[in-house]
Design a binder for this molecule. Structure first.
Ligand SMILES: C[S@@+](CC[C@H](N)C(=O)[O-])C[C@H]1O[C@@H](n2cnc3c(N)ncnc32)[C@H](O)[C@@H]1O
Length: 392
């Protein structure tokens, strides 16, 4: 059990809708639909035609803009959303798009209290499972609710990819310390709004700010190692199906007739996760040599986990000194590898920026961040979708 603050209480207390994708103009639907279809069909191996007539459970749909796409593809939905501030929007949205009848049930329950009298072909629980105090129990419940052979889609925060996120959060925490809410939002805009406008984000800037930079929930407790999440799904009788980013490096190399046993396949998933992890630091290769030994990959992951965790904890009380970045900036020397040019630039910027966090005032910190072009270019490599399959 973790002592993390509750995501649900944070949302309820602030009467906040974390999804907030504006579909009031139906012309915005195709772009949103394209992103969700690409995610499910192309990246998670879930054919869209398979959804037609399927029974789908989505836990935590917020205001339902993602669930809507499943309904438009012909799925029947059971929706479980305890936040009273977003639940009413779901019905309005589905009515607006003429798919109200696709909702079988809309429950106000939390995941632990929901007790359906059937199982589901697809269970979706995105954006909250790794924040829960007892996530193993939540995963056990999700597995039980999935039909044998059915699929289960969850998200997780990857510690290695969270470097850029927690650097943003550290800069923001120091630059906005002791300001009221509107002052904090103004600081966030001065730091990040220009870059945010350039990425294909779905949510408004203020929604992202409240759900990430300003949220007490986004902290080291979200850094749940993949091995532990994977073990929880295995205990619930599920196996890895697919993920984005793809964790199984060997699939691109192994002849299809060379069939791994079930256990070999799960080992490939865990090793593949370690092997691929270093490229999530900056959405590209960390080292020039692409064939680092598995022990080196493990060291990269554990160094990043330790540093990113320390940086995350620091954002809760951002007074000097900031944690030293040496454990990650010195990885090239320790492992006898050479940082790729972009990674070398990132490490230089990180060292300079953290030094400014120790000694500089608000203006110097904002200026130093805005001058860090590599760091500023890293977005979105931390939020992973993982799809598991319940054994038949
Ligand atoms: C970050 S939002 C994600 C919304 C949407 N699923 C997505 O991925 O964009 C998390 C959602 O999980 C819900 N949630 C949080 N704790 C929950 C719990 N214990 N049981 C069920 N839902 C929960 C919140 O109310 C919110 O709607």
């Amino acid at each position: 059990m973790s002592d993390a603050p509750s995501l649900l209480s944070y949302y309820r207390g602030a009467a906040f809708n974390p999804l907030g994708i504006d579909l009031s103009d139906p012309a915005r639907l195709p772009a949103h639909r394209a992103k969700r279809e690409h995610l499910y069909q192309t990246l998670l191996g879930l054919p869209l035609a398979w959804l037609r007539g399927r029974e789908v459970l989505e836990v935590g749909p917020a205001s339902g803009e993602n669930s809507l796409i499943l309904a438009l593809l012909g799925a029947n939905l059971t929706l479980v959303e305890p936040n009273e501030h977003t639940r009413p929007h779901i019905v309005e949205l589905f009515e607006h798009f003429g798919v109200r009848e696709r909702i079988r049930e809309l429950s106000a329950s939390t995941i632990d209290a929901f007790r359906p009298d059937r199982t589901f072909d697809l269970v979706v629980a995105e954006g909250f499972v790794d924040s829960l105090a007892d996530r193993e129990l939540a995963i056990a419940r999700l597995c039980e609710m999935t039909s044998p052979g059915g699929l289960l889609s969850v998200t997780r925060h990857e510690a290695v990819g969270m470097l850029a996120e927690f650097v943003k959060k550290a800069v923001y925490a120091r630059a906005s310390a002791s300001l009221p809410e509107e002052g904090r939002l103004a600081v966030a805009k001065s730091l990040f709004a220009e870059d945010y406008a350039r990425i294909p984000a779905s949510r408004a800037f203020a929604t992202w700010w409240k759900d990430n930079l300003d949220s007490p929930v986004v902290n080291e407790w979200l850094l749940w190692p993949f091995e532990e999440m994977h073990a929880a799904f295995r205990s619930g009788g599920c196996r890895y199906h697919a993920s984005h980013p793809n964790y199984v490096e060997r699939d691109t190399l192994r002849w299809y007739k060379d069939v791994p046993t079930g256990e070999e396949r799960e080992r490939d998933v865990l090793d593949g996760h370690l092997r691929r992890a270093s490229s999530w630091v900056l959405a590209g290769p960390l080292f020039e040599q692409g064939d680092a030994k598995i022990e080196a990959c493990r060291e990269v992951v554990s160094s990043f986990r330790a540093f990113v965790g320390a940086l995350a904890r620091w954002t809760r009380q951002p007074v000097a000194p900031v944690p030293s970045p040496e454990t990650v900036t010195g990885l090239d020397r320790r492992l006898g590898l050479r940082f790729a040019p972009r990674a070398a630039s990132l490490m230089r910027e990180l060292t300079a920026l953290l030094a400014t966090l120790n000694s500089g005032g608000r203006e110097a910190i904002v200026g130093q961040y805005l001058a860090s072009s590599t760091l500023r270019s890293v977005w979105g490599s931390h939020y992973h979708y993982v799809c598991f399959r319940r054994e038949a």
